[in-house]
Design a binder for this molecule. Sequence first.
Ligand SMILES: [Fe+2]
Length: 213
Amino acid sequence: MSIIKNDNWLRESNDASIIKDAGHDGNALTIWHRQAEYDLISAVKEISDNSLPDVHWTGTLVGFSKWLDTHLMSIPHAHRDAMAVIADDIYELAKWFDSRCNASEYIFRCHRLDETMCPRFHTDRGPMRLFCTYRGKGTEWVPDTAVDYSLLKARGTKNSDIVPDPTMIQTVPNFAAAVLCGSDEHGKGGVVHRSPGVFESTNRFAFCMTLNF
Ligand SMILES: [Fe+2]
């Protein structure tokens, strides 16, 4: 495994197997940095917005694979090859997350976003989730040392109260797969993150997978 960074709270690598240890031994954020293949980059660039799935789907990994196949057959023929490449990649990420969680059921979300979903810094509920942004700006996150956790759930606080130093805000790169622990899993309340700004979210496409807890 080629480790880029490992301070336990944050682990980064260009090796997929890092996903298998996400959330263990004090880890809150795991990022698998992927060098996307040319075919995938082209597919994401060329496919029409309407051909990309926009769905919340709950069920097994195998069931989701079948759903992706069904979606593939429902889109215009001209975009089918591109969607097949993207669907294969999504399924690959899903398999890695399943190798970590080994759950009987998940919630799979494919988002075509045209507005900011969660502009306020927050932690997610539940143990952990996997994110990958294929198109548009990625999820923004903040190291735990740069967060005032006491203000996270307080009423009336602004993002600049929760994260006083904006230079500490990081962005998960496109195609990287990030596993973020939520507030139930990590002692300090999980990874603080937010969706990117509205003007930067236009034409965004992201995949997210969580345990169905
Ligand atoms: Fe979130």
